[in-house]
Design a protein around this ligand. Structure first.
Ligand code: MN
Ligand code: MN
Length: 333
């Protein structure tokens, strides 16, 4: 595939300069159609503790300048084999959570028409619900791998049903996730009560705790999860707080004892060949970040998710013949 428009040429414009889209990719309106789009959702009105994830998308994009176009771990140049573009941010109402959820669902459906795959950067975890609704409308109930310190299957907070701690319970109730293939990964930390785990089990979730990853290792964990998912359409939702606060301090509800960024990336790479149809990386809150640790981790995780999608079967391969005319030469990056 030689006709895609790649990122800006780093031999001409250094990586800390130029266009500020994810990995300095072209904007969606520059390519018109894409195999994979990255979209931001600057929304954090669903948080229960520290706010600030509305600034996650710009922070992750800024850190993503550091990425390079070849991914040796998966032996793929994702921006070569697929047209990837940045769709900008989905504008959402910060004062009306119901309206925001509807707007995210509508935008996700619009962006995924013609089979385009969507990788979303958040934003708090509330946004996973409308993203899963859109994924289910396209693919039917989807298998879900949920990386998070927390279960996010609680019922309500202060009477509110739609929050960052409840999206996967709502998704279960709405029948938009495949209860044969659900798993949390990286779970840890204190709960409100034992009932939290009983409810979660009733919804069909398996749990790979943070300690399981430490004891069994990334390869074995990935292999077990792969077996459970098989050929089902798979959605991966990654709350950056799945990482230990040492690896992701910039987040809203940090918990001690998390996995490392290396473990997370290695587990993800173990999913090569699965039918990954969409993904999100959420809960990056830059006000609590230090030295861009969290932004760098999130941008690398998003890059590996894009690489996994690019390595799989894409419904259409978009050819954009005027790449050279635009002066973008991905090979000189
Ligand atoms: Mn969490
Ligand atoms: Mn979460």
């Amino acid at each position: 595939m030689s006709d895609t428009i790649g990122p800006i040429d780093s031999a001409k414009v250094p990586r800390y300069a130029g266009q500020a889209g994810f990995a300095r990719l072209p904007r969606l309106d520059q390519v018109e159609r894409a195999d994979i789009v990255v979209a931001g959702v600057p929304f954090d009105a669903g948080v229960s503790f520290r706010p600030g994830a509305r600034f996650g998308p710009s922070h992750i994009r800024d850190a993503s300048r550091l990425l390079r176009p070849f991914n040796p771990a998966l032996d793929i140049a994702p921006f070569d084999v697929a047209q990837v573009a940045d769709a900008g941010d989905i504008a959402v109402n910060p004062f009306d959570i119901h309206e925001a959820i509807d707007a995210i669902q509508e935008a996700a459906l619009d962006l995924t028409r013609d089979g385009t795959r969507l990788v979303t950067i958040g934003g708090d975890h509330t946004i996973a619900l409308p993203l899963l609704r859109a994924a289910a409308e396209r693919h039917g109930p989807v298998a879900l791998l949920h990386f998070d310190a927390h279960l996010d299957t609680w019922d309500t907070y202060f009477g509110a049903e739609y929050t960052h701690g409840t999206p996967f319970r709502r998704a279960f109730e709405e029948g938009i996730i495949d209860t044969e293939a659900l798993s949390h990964v990286g779970t840890r930390g204190p709960l409100y009560g034992k009932r939290d785990l009983e409810d979660d089990r009733r919804f069909g979730f398996g749990i790979v705790t943070s300690a399981d990853v430490y004891r069994e290792g990334a390869d074995q964990v990935a292999a077990k999860l792969r077996d459970r998912i098989g050929g089902r359409p798979l959605y991966i939702s990654i709350d950056i707080d799945v990482l230990d606060p040492a690896h992701a301090p910039g987040t809203g509800t940090p918990e001690a004892g998390g996995i490392t960024s290396r473990e997370l990336l290695e587990i993800l790479r173990g999913f090569n060949g699965l039918n990954l149809i969409g993904a999100d990386v959420v809960e990056v809150a830059p006000a609590y970040d230090h030295a861009d640790i969290t932004g760098i981790a999130a941008s690398h995780v998003a890059y590996d998710l894009i690489s996994l999608i690019a390595a799989g079967e894409l419904p259409q391969h978009v050819n954009v013949p005027d790449r050279e005319a635009r002066g973008n030469d991905r090979h000189a990056y």
